[in-house]
Write a new protein. Sequence first.
Lengths: 367, 345
Amino acid sequence: MKYVSEYRDADMVAQYLEEIRQTVTRPWAIMEVCGGQTHSLVKNGILNMLPPEVRMIHGPGCPVCVTPLNLIDKAVYLAEEKGVILCSYGDMIRVPGSKRSLLESKARGADVRILYSPLEAVKIAQENPDREVVFFAVGFETTAPANALSVIHAQRAGVPNYSILASHVLVPPAIEAVMNDPDSSIQGFLAAGHVCTIMGIDEYYPLVDRYEIPIVVTGFEPVDLAQGILMTIRQLEKGEHQLENQYSRVVRPEGNPEAQKVIQQVFTIADREWRGIGVIPMSGYEVRPEYVAYDANIKFNVNIEKVAESDECIAGLVLKGIKKPQECPQFGRGCTPQMPLGAPMVSSEGACAAYYHFSQAMEEVSA
Amino acid sequence: MELQCPMPQLDFEVITLGHGSGGLLTNKLLETGVFDLLKNEYLDQHHDGAIFTLQGPLAFSTDSYVVSPIFFPGGNIGELAVNGTVNDLAMCGAIPRYLSLAFIIEEGLMMQDFWKILVSIKFAAERAGVQIVTGDTKVVERGKGDKIFINTSGIGTLHPQAQISKSRVQVGDRILISGNIAAHGIAILSLRQGLQFDSEIQSDTVNLNHTVVRLLDQFGEKIHLLHDPTRGGVATVLNEMARDTRLGVEIWQKQLPVAEDVYGACELLGLDPLYVANEGIFMAFVAPEVADAALEMLRADENGAQAAIIGEVVEAHPKQVILHSSIGGKRVVNMPLGEQLPRIC
C-alpha cells in the first residue's frame, strides 16, 4: 500500500537498527510519548529488536489511559440517568469507571454508540431531534480539531441537542510533568508525530533547552520509529540536545494553522486532571464560554462525587515511566486485560497492556 | 451475480405477527413461499420433522445468524446461514447432507426482502448440495428482534478418509489458509460505518465443502485439522488450537494473504486483519510432507487462488501464538478480548 509499505520496509528497519547498535555505547532511557507509538513498537516486535542498552519507556500519551475516572463516571451517568445517546471513540468504552464501563452501561440498555468521527454524532443529533446526543471528546491535540469542528458545525446547522464531554489533554505539559518528577530517569523523547502535525514543533524548543534533552518528532511506522530512536541515540551519545523532526513528510514546523484556528475558536487552555498522575497546570482544553451550550458538563450540570482510584493501581508511576508495569505487584495477577484495575491495562496503547503481551512474548520466546 | 426467482403474487407486503401464529397466515406464507422454493421429498411431507437414513459416522452442527445489515456486498443473511453451517460440517471432515432452517422474524420485515433471502438460501443449498428438510418460522413483535435471525443445523456423513481432530495436530504441521483474510468483517463494517472505497469490499461468504472434499480425497489423514476462522478471525483459531493442544504456533506476517483494499480499510479503521471475521476461507493443519502439494491443489481450486502457508506448529512456547512481523520482529498474538474496538489514534 502506497505511503505505508515504504515505511514498513524490513531492510530499512534492519539498517537503522544496525546503526543504533553501532552508535550506542551505554544505557539510555528514551520515552515515546504517544500511545500510538507504543502500540506500533509492540505490534511490530521492535522492542525486542533493540539492543539491550536502549530502554524504551512508554509515556502518558494514551488519551484513554489518562481520562479521569470522574469523567468516565459522568459519561456513564449521562448515558444511564439522562438517557442521552452517548457517542464515543471505540477503545474508550471498555475503560472501567468507578462503578462500571460504558460497555457495561450499553449492555444494561444505555444507548452507547462507537463512532469514528464526532461529525457522525452531529448527524445522529440531527436525525434524533427529540434526544440529547453527547460526544465523549477524548484525546490529545490530534483529535481536538475534529471535536471542535463538530461544535462549530452543530452551531452553524442549528443542532441544539448536541454537546461534547471534553477531555482533551496536551503533550508539552505532560513532558514537563514527567521531567519535573525527581524520580524520572528519562534522557530523551520521541515526540508524537500526529500531535505535531496539528500543533507544529515550536512549543518543543523551550523544553529541549530547559531540560537539556533531545526531542525527536517521530512517526508511527517501523521505519519511522527505528529512525527516530537512532536520531535520539546519536544526540545522546554526542551529548547534544536538539529538536529534530524525523516525521517531516507529514509534520510542517508551523503545523496546521487552520486546525489550530478551529481549536482556538472552541477551546481554551485550562488545568486538567490526568488519571493516575493528578492535575497538571494548563494541560488540557475546555470548551470556551461562547460555546457553553455545547458543553455537556454545563448543559447537564453533572456533579458526580469523585471516587478515589484503587490504591492497588500504580498507573501514575507507570505513565511517568518511573515504574515498569511488571514492577506492579498486581501486574498479570490482580490486573489483566480481562480484569483491569487501571486504564493502562485496557487500551492497546496502554503501557501495561503492551507489556502484558510483550513480556509474555519475551519469556516464551527466549525460553 | 444476483440469482432471481420471481416472487409469487401475495396479498401482503410485510410480515406480521400473524404469519408466525401457526394459523392460516402461517400456512399462506409457507405454502406460497418457502415450501415451493425449497421443494424436496422431505420438506414436501409437511411433517413435524424429517425422517431419513444415513450410513456411517455423522457430524452434526448448529449456528445462528444475526448479522446486521441483513444485505451486504457479496451476500445476505440467507446464504450466510447456509454456507456457515455447511462449512462447519466440512470442517469436521463431513459431507453436508441435510439442514434445518429456522427463522425468527421481526414483524414489519418486507416480504420482498424475505423472498430475496429465501432465494439465496435456495441457491446456496443447491451449490453446497444440501437439502433443507425441516424448519420453523416465528414472528416477534417490532423491537424484539432485528429484522430477521436465522438458525440452521446440519447433518453430514464423514468423509471416509477424514481424520480431523485437534488431537492429531503435531509439531511440524504446516498451517494453510485457503484465501484472503478479513474480507467479510470489513465488508460489514464499512457498510455500518458508511465508508466508501474505490472498489466495494465484498464479503467472502461461500460454501467450502466441495473444496474440502477434494483436499480429503487427495490427502486424507494427512489433513490433521480444519477450521474456518469466522468470528474472532485467524488469531482466535490459532489461539484455541494452541491452548487445547498445548503446542506453540508461529506465523509469518509476510505470508498472510490480505487483499489490498481490505488491508487499507483495516489501516483506516484501526483493526488488525488477524482478528477480523471471515466467512469463505478455512485453515488446514497438515503434515509437512503434503503441505506444498496441498497448497498447489488449493491454489488451483475455485476457492483457493490466494491460498498460502502461513505458519507452523512448534514445540517451543506451548499454548502461545507468535507472529514474525514483516520487519523481522516477534510478538505474541493473543486471543481477542471481545469485540475489536477501534483505537483513538
